[in-house]
Write a protein that binds this ligand. Sequence first.
Ligand SMILES: Cc1ncc(COP(=O)(O)O)c(C=O)c1O
Length: 389
Amino acid sequence: MNSRPVYLDHQATTPLDERVLQAMLPFLTSEYGNPSSNHAYGRTAAKAIRTARRQVADLVGAKNELEIVFTSGATEANHLAIIGGALAARPRGGHVITTAIEHKAVLAACQHLADHHGYTITRVGVDRHGRVHPADVAAALTPDTVLVSVMHANNEIGTLQRIAAIAEIIRPRGGLLHTDAAQSAGYGLLDAGELGVDLASISAHKFHGPKGIGALYIRGGTCITPLQSGGGQERGLRSGTPNVPAVVGLGTAADLITTGAVPGPARIRALRDRLQERLQASIPDASVNGHPHRRLPGNLSLTLPGIEAIDLLDRLPAVAASTGSACNTGNAEPSHVLTAIGLTRSQARATLRLSIGRTTTDADIERAGALIAEAVKAAAPAQTTTEAA
Ligand SMILES: Cc1ncc(COP(=O)(O)O)c(C=O)c1O
């Protein structure tokens, strides 16, 4: 009997691919050298890191591996890109543009620039599908703008942004363009060269690599002020002994994608569409958030009017999914992403994020679809909450 909950939270994190684990294991056991050491152990570790850097460069469309800096994940990559990029450009201006729907790691990095370094931050709004209009970015630019950060794909509603069009606007003006590609890189959608970005953040655990490792793509010639110094690793941009097993895991997870060793997005999209149709058929007033077509294949953000998503998930232990609320603080504040696309506070609290991934099966979709529909029906007449301002 399958007693584990159906895992529909692949946008939160993904299970480690067995091939990634096998590639990492020697570096957790016998190959423990420090890559900076000038002996056989060190050289083995250094070689593994060079291989991983090439694999990551290939995944993100870098010209060469020197454009890759390993970090502890996308949070750190976002901070290095935004704070490090803006600080290096300080002589040219003190204005940064971002959007209303960024991950909190981006919003916090921008806030840090405002609070501690006197930068002005503009947050560009989005339309009801969660799309940033390149013309709005153009209108927000000032002669003082040194950096623009627009996420590639949203973690709650999956909407993909027109990064290449935004790059075309910024290029002649001379500011840096950063994109948080934590959610899109695992689909092989990040081609930094083609998109025309200067900086891009990724995270291994979003595509079946280990947690606590990611990378920042830094276009050759881009100036960044390091946020930590010490041993001068990562060409002085990120001091600290690299986490060799995790770096190897990130490289291997990237390589599985670029070499076509994992199924493409079509299967995930088909499963997502089936779950969407199934739920919309049994819950007629359910509405789908995000762009109807330009969104991540595995994302399904559903607003179920009259439902408190947190309570629904509490009553559904057999389905592992997320709400649209920022529950990390435990205060159930409605998500800033959902309110930015125009949902009311109660609609935002009625929103479930189901995210399908490589390990999702047909049976998972059937089981989760039936369980969610049943739980919504049971809860339905209940809780129409009054709108709070
Ligand atoms: C869009 C986005 N940016 C950044 C992050 C943070 O990534 P990490 O867990 O690697 O720090 C996440 C993960 O939740 C994300 O979805």
